[in-house]
Ligand binder design. Structure first.
Ligand code: HSE
Length: 425
């Protein structure tokens, strides 16, 4: 076995695939024997690329009897699902960076792989180059993880950081980010929080050892965050970040979500800027840890893919049941809590007519909705005789806060509910 080279088939030779190909070139025991691409004629900046390996039929990879490990790096639901399951049927182990597929059909893939005694590794799917999956499965396995708070989307973190630093609007920063290639032409997947929601679905499943259904993950993106909110948050000692979080309540119910959040300037996540990602875990006996680093990019993501390949390669041919700690078999479904039944602290920005008693009336609506106010700030009155008023509440029920928002909208003395953003506690 010692002299046999491990044969790899790559599906996808985009940014991540290129990084993987270039990195694997430095390992003598690994050989890439087939690469499937969408467009064979595309010019690629890969020195020493062996063009004879390239095909535009990905089934030439999954059906190739020589191949030991298939790396799926194309993303999306289909044909990725079909390719992965065919490859497993054909006796191949899988390394994938496909967060959407894992979030939506992970349970089917892992069960199918187990039935065929194959492993599916996916370090690159969550937080790019940050090692988080393998540590949770191995060195942190003795922990009961109770909470995750993470910044796992670089595009949105870049936009929010720029808005903060430049005092610019979301639209202006998005445009600039698109011009610089930091945001996609269609940015929906990132800015509406889907990408982060896929990642936290899988991360929470792994951490809580219970399957989280993607449909049960609450999701809000960053498109409604205003430059004025950034400024107000700063004045109050906070930064605004898109936070993916997962926690277990006292009854063991999972609360998994993605939404903008005011985080204290003293917190670790407040200092994670631009495209950097970070994952904070709380558990027993470890306490609290944060891992941070590049969440995307050619070589950081390749680092995770290649690490997974090498983990499989090290055990191939040495055992009938390889990498037992790296297998996923959490079939029990988590009981998930509805966002309306959660309790949160809130930042609320209201625009009101400049009238006597307005602050008192805001206080009354809060009291009627069983919400206690922690602070209320009005700095000045605008030329149009209105005022922006910022309220920070104490912890209260989401349902009560939604009732309060409705009451403000119908009150007659509030022109507009500018923003409602949850605050880290
Ligand atoms: N689109 C992701 C991000 C990177 O902006 O972080 C790939 O998961």
């Amino acid at each position: 076995m010692e002299n046999k080279k491990i044969k790899i088939g790559l599906i996808g030779l985009g940014t991540v695939g290129s990084g993987v190909y270039k990195t694997l070139g430095t390992f003598n025991n690994i050989e890439v024997v087939k690469i499937a691409v969408k467009n064979k004629n595309k010019k690629r900046d890969i020195p020493n690329l062996d063009e004879s390996l390239i095909t535009d039929d990905p089934y030439e990879v999954v059906n190739n009897p020589e191949i030991d490990i298939v790396c799926e790096l194309i993303g999306g639901m289909e044909p990725a699902y079909d390719l992965i399951t065919k490859a497993i049927e054909n006796g191949k182990h899988i390394v994938t960076a496909n967060k959407e597929l894992l979030a939506k059909r992970g349970v089917e893939i892992f069960n199918f792989a187990e039935k065929h005694n194959k492993v599916v590794l996916y370090e690159a799917a969550i937080a790019g180059g940050i090692p988080i999956i393998m540590p949770i499965k191995t060195i942190l396995a003795g922990n009961k993880i109770s909470k995750i708070e993470a910044i796992i989307n670089g595009t949105t973190n870049y936009i929010l950081t720029k808005m903060d630093v430049q005092g610019a609007s979301y639209d202006d920063v998005l445009k600039e980010a698109q011009e610089l290639g930091y945001a996609e032409t269609d940015p929906t997947g990132d800015v509406e929080g889907f990408d982060a929601a896929y990642k936290i679905t899988t991360l929470a499943t792994l951490a809580f050892k219970k399957r989280i259904k993607f449909e049960n993950v609450y999701r809000e993106g960053i498109t409604k965050v205003r430059a004025e909110d950034m400024k107000a948050a700063n004045d109050l000692g906070y930064k605004i970040k898109l936070i993916a979080s997962a926690k277990l309540d006292e009854n063991g119910r999972a609360d998994v979500r993605v939404h903008p959040m005011l985080v204290s300037k003293d917190s670790t996540l407040a200092h994670i800027d631009y495209v950097t990602n970070a994952v904070s875990l709380s558990g027993h006996p470890i306490g609290h840890i944060t891992l941070s680093g590049p969440g995307a990019g050619e070589f950081p993501t390749a680092s995770s893919v290649v690490g997974d390949i090498l983990a499989i390669a090290a055990e191939l041919g040495t055992t009938d049941y390889l990498l037992p700690m790296m297998r996923c078999n959490h079939e029990e479904l988590a009981d998930c809590i509805n966002i309306l039944d959660t309790q949160n602290k809130y930042y609320l920005s209201l625009n009101a007519k400049n009238n006597k008693g307005v602050i008192g009336n805001i206080g009354n609506i809060c009291a009627e909705c069983d919400i206690s106010v922690e602070s209320i700030v009005q700095k000045n009155v605008s030329e149009n005789n209105t005022a922006d008023i910022t309220v920070i509440t104490e912890i209260c029920k989401e349902r009560n806060m939604q009732n309060a928002v409705k009451a403000f909208e119908e009150s007659g003395f509030i022109n507009n509910v500018n923003s409602l953003i949850r605050v880290q506690v």
